[in-house]
Design a protein around this ligand. Structure first.
Ligand code: NAD
Length: 293
């Protein structure tokens, strides 16, 4: 695939393990001109990445800040966007750890705003600059379709996001622009580690919620490393168990990497996927299509 002469925008880079960064690197490796957007709080980490890729440009772009988004997208006047990747999500920790009936309107609204509605906000700012046959890609998760104890109300935000993909596909179809989601299996990233860390404050993980593969993994890691272990180390150790457990339940018994997701993004961003829109493409080794208990 050759993306030379194409402009690719990737929002949601936090550090080198971010799915967004793997996608940005993949397009860059295939000749695209790449811009990344990041939250200011991650600037020091992102700056280190940009130093390695002198021709990748970065600018802060908080999806809850209209002025920041305007400033980010204004630069594309005269340089139309071919691929726009939205790899942005956030929910307050209690939406993961507390049962759905305990969710406050404020926490629910924040998760929906950043993890779902922001796709529409980003499209609103980017729309004047999207090239015909362009491609908008977002990131979802299988907990949009089936309730997973550890994912809590974030699953509701992902369900909204997937529905929004279909409605935005309808809106942008008039411009011959596609909108799709990639739904990957679990990958160790800052956001994913943050979910596990939210549970570390709980004394009894098994009692906190009904049994869940990821919570069991966290429980195992905490017992292995001890109650006083560094939370990041504990969550990271748990991730190895999580990926192993998911792989054992998948048709292809392998873990998913950010590079696997990037490969799918390259396809969806390419002319080979011109007639694919409004879809959720799963990159999960067949986890969602099989039932191995
Ligand atoms: P990540 O932490 O690297 O990325 C999440 C990004 O969201 C961060 O860069 C963060 O800065 C950004 N973000 C949060 N609030 C923002 C705001 N107000 N404005 C702008 N950016 C904001 O983690 P990731 O796992 O790479 O997440 C990327 C996407 O992939 C998310 O939508 C996530 O739900 C999805 N996803 C991740 C996994 C996984 O296992 N890691 C699986 C399926 C889907």
């Amino acid at each position: 695939m050759n993306f030379s002469g194409r402009n690719v925008v990737v929002l949601g880079v936090a550090d080198e393990s971010s799915i967004a960064w793997a996608i940005a690197r993949a397009f860059h490796a295939h000749g695209a001109t790449v811009w990344i957007g990041y939250q200011q709080k991650f600037f020091s980490r992102v700056r280190m990445l940009l130093r390695q890729y002198a021709d990748v440009q970065g600018q802060r772009c908080d999806v809850t800040d209209d002025a920041e988004m305007q400033a980010f997208f204004d630069r594309f006047r005269g340089a139309p966007i071919d691929v726009l990747v939205h790899a942005v999500a956030f929910a307050p920790p209690e939406l993961f750890t507390e049962p759905p009936s305990a969710a406050t309107p404020e926490a629910f609204a924040q998760s929906q705003r950043i993890s779902a509605l922001s796709l529409a906000s980003v499209v609103r700012h980017a729309k004047p600059y999207l090239r015909e046959w362009g491609s908008v890609i977002t990131l979802s998760f299988q907990a949009s379709e089936r309730a997973e104890p550890m994912y809590g109300m974030m699953g509701v935000a992902k369900a909204a996001l997937e529905s929004l993909v279909r409605y935005l596909a309808l809106e942008l179809g008039e411009l011959r622009v596609r909108v799709n989601a990639i739904s990957p299996g679990p990958i160790e990233t800052p956001a994913a580690t943050g979910i596990l860390m939210a549970f570390l404050g709980q004394r009894d993980l098994r009692g906190a919620l009904r049994h869940d593969v990821a919570l069991a993994a966290l429980d195992t890691a905490r017992r292995q490393l001890g109650d006083d272990a560094d939370p990041v180390a504990c969550a990271s150790a748990a991730w190895q168990h999580v990926q192993q457990a998911f792989a054992e339940r998948s048709a292809i018994r392998e873990a998913i990497s950010a590079e696997d997701v990037a490969g799918c993004a390259l396809f969806l961003g390419s002319d080979y996927a011109r007639k694919i829109t409004g879809q959720v493409v799963r990159v999960d080794c067949g986890l969602s299509s099989s039932m191995i208990i």
